[in-house]
Design a protein around this ligand. Structure first.
Ligand code: NDP
Length: 288
């Protein structure tokens, strides 16, 4: 019959299989930029775990040398093991790697970390401000310490890093900065006053830095992830909130650290040379 597609039985089986595959939750793939970042050197804050780890590894897969810091609030040894694991994986990708304990809230520690990295790597080209914490409480229960620690880590920490690297990026007329904000920097939820303020502040910092560093050929952008499946998140957030987040994302799933890493690496590459001051949601449509 004209207009009707007649399929052989084996073709029908293939189509049915494809439809079945589409119904399953897909997994993000690593970008295939190959060696586009070969010879570049990057700093990723909080690179030992979660999203930062995925970013550090993806930068390394694309040929960049990677330095990352970690900081254990409790002074326990667990973080060191995670940092060592991440460093080992990066090293296997045949790029230089260094990891050092550094509290991003401490301006002097940040200056030291940047100086040590520069001594070892030479020029630095990429900064990803990923380190971040959450201390959720309703405003009337929020202590000064809970307010300050979140602002100091998520916002002031990024400022410390940008200030430490800006002179080098300006001198070499070359640099890429990506700040890991959040959908909660754009739209808040109950109990997130400190976190939302810090992540919204980070968007303001992104725009200001883009404005000030743009004439020196430095791109400054932000990503705003929705709920991303990281160990910390899945162990710390009640299941009902994660279910609501999954429903709210029009793509019907939580994100994966690799989803964020792919966008960050794109922003760090020359493919994104004409993008600056932008905020890219990586949220499966959460903000729609
Ligand atoms: P993780 O807790 O795994 O990562 C946070 C990292 O930041 C850790 O490695 C942590 O190291 C480091 N860090 C915390 N405080 C400091 C500090 N003072 N100095 C240096 N490093 C520090 O969580 P995620 O991977 O989920 O989060 C990464 C980023 O992504 C954060 O900025 C978060 O706000 C953001 N984000 C996450 C979302 C999610 O759903 N997971 C959604 C939107 C944004 P240590 O543990 O040793 O202190």
């Amino acid at each position: 019959m004209p207009g009707t597609i007649v399929r052989m039985p084996e073709e029908t089986a293939v189509v049915e299989q494809l439809l079945e595959d589409l119904g399953e939750e897909t997994q993000p793939k690593s970008l295939k930029y190959g060696s586009s970042l070969r010879g570049r050197a990057a700093i990723v804050t909080g690179g030992a775990t979660g999203i930062g780890r995925a970013i550090a590894l993806e930068l390394a897969r694309n040929g960049a040398h990677v330095a990352f810091n970690y900081f254990s609030y409790d002074g326990g040894g667990e973080m060191h093991a995670e940092a060592e694991d991440t460093a080992r994986e990066i090293r296997q990708l045949e790029v230089k790697v260094r990891c050092e304990e550094c509290d991003v809230r401490d301006a002097a520690a940040v200056e030291r970390f940047v100086r040590n990295t520069q001594d070892e790597f030479g020029a630095l080209h990429i900064l990803v401000n990923n380190a971040g914490i959450a201390r959720d409480r309703a405003i009337w229960r929020l202590s000064d310490e809970q307010w300050r620690s979140v602002l100091d880590t998520n916002l002031t920490g990024a400022f410390h890093m940008i200030r430490a690297l800006a002179p080098m990026f300006r001198r070499q007329h070359d640099g890429k900065i990506v700040n890991v904000s959040s959908v909660h920097g754009i739209r808040s939820e109950f109990g997130l006053a400190n976190y939302s303020a810090s992540k919204a502040g980070l968007l303001g910092l992104t725009r200001s830095a883009a404005l000030e560093l743009g004439p020196s050929n430095v791109n400054v952008n932000a990503v705003a992830p929705g709920y991303i499946r990281t160990t910390r998140l899945t162990s710390g957030v009640p299941a009902e909130i994660l279910d609501t987040a999954r429903e709210r994302a029009v793509l019907g799933r939580l994100g994966d650290p690799q989803d964020v890493a792919n966008v960050v690496v794109f922003l760090c590459s020359e493919y994104a040379r004409h993008i600056t001051g932008a905020v890219i949601p990586v949220d499966g449509g959460h903000l729609l």
